[in-house]
Design a protein around this ligand. Structure first.
Ligand code: SAH
Length: 217
């Protein structure tokens, strides 16, 4: 048991369970993954706070509640292949890897991807593939995916990603301006795969998606 266990359990109880997260598997995993390992040593005391925190390259590790909300929306049972855009610290990646079969995660900043690789390896995840590049294009060779998560804000729903979503698949993506977005959950129908339904999960603030389906800088 690590010395942050108590703080982590309190995070789950007060920030996640106390809000609207009911997926037992999500709650359990967030009570297990050592979030403090994904954060700069200087900020380690804030690792279990109810807020996002800065990571390298002017990016952020998402607020724990947002990680839980997005993960729950993906409705993971354990056998999914997931595409993630925006590896960042790798924390969300580790949560997904604990709940699904395989995770393919793309990050545009090489140093962040390298750092995430180290921690993910240290925690003995063997089901995570990382790639450096513009995640706007998705990961065509590995498509389709049962679940897709974009942890950077897009001006519109990224079309290449939607194309790589399997029949019956779920995608979560923040869409809006650079300052504020709406978190959308998109579901591709299993019976009628051309049909996509959209659900609004509320207001959110993410760093910008930079690339083909995002902002240019
Ligand atoms: N899930 C991460 C969030 C990191 S912030 C975490 O909790 O740590 C979003 C990340 O998306 C940043 O690291 C940013 O560099 C990355 N990003 C932005 N545009 C991207 C793109 N087009 N392709 C891949 N990654 C991108």
């Amino acid at each position: 048991m690590d010395r942050y266990k108590k703080q982590r359990t309190r995070m789950v109880e007060t920030q996640i369970k106390a809000r609207d997260i009911t997926d037992i598997r999500v709650l359990k995993v967030m009570d297990t993954i050592p979030r403090h390992l994904f954060i700069d040593e200087g900020l380690i005391d804030q690792a279990y706070n109810d807020s996002p925190l800065p990571i390298d390259g002017h990016q952020t590790i998402s607020q724990p509640y947002i990680v839980a909300l997005m993960t729950q929306a993906l409705e993971l049972k354990g056998n999914e292949r997931i595409l993630e855009i925006g590896t960042g610290s790798g924390y969300q990646t580790a949560v997904l890897a604990s709940l699904a079969d395989r995770v393919f995660s793309i990050e545009r900043i090489a140093s962040l991807s390298a750092n995430a690789r180290k921690i993910i390896d240290k925690l003995n995840f063997y089901n995570v593939a990382l790639r450096v590049g513009d995640g706007s294009y998705g990961w065509k060779d590995e498509a389709p995916f049962d679940a897709i998560i974009t942890t950077a804000a897009a001006p519109e729903i990224p079309q290449y990603l939607i194309e790589q979503l399997a029949a019956g698949g779920r995608m979560v993506v923040p869409v809006g301006s650079r300052d504020v977005q709406t978190l959308y959950k998109l579901t591709r129908s299993l019976e009628n795969p051309q049909e996509i339904t959209r659900e609004d999960l509320g207001e959110c603030r993410f760093v910008s998606l930079i690339g083909e389906s995002g902002w240019k800088k």
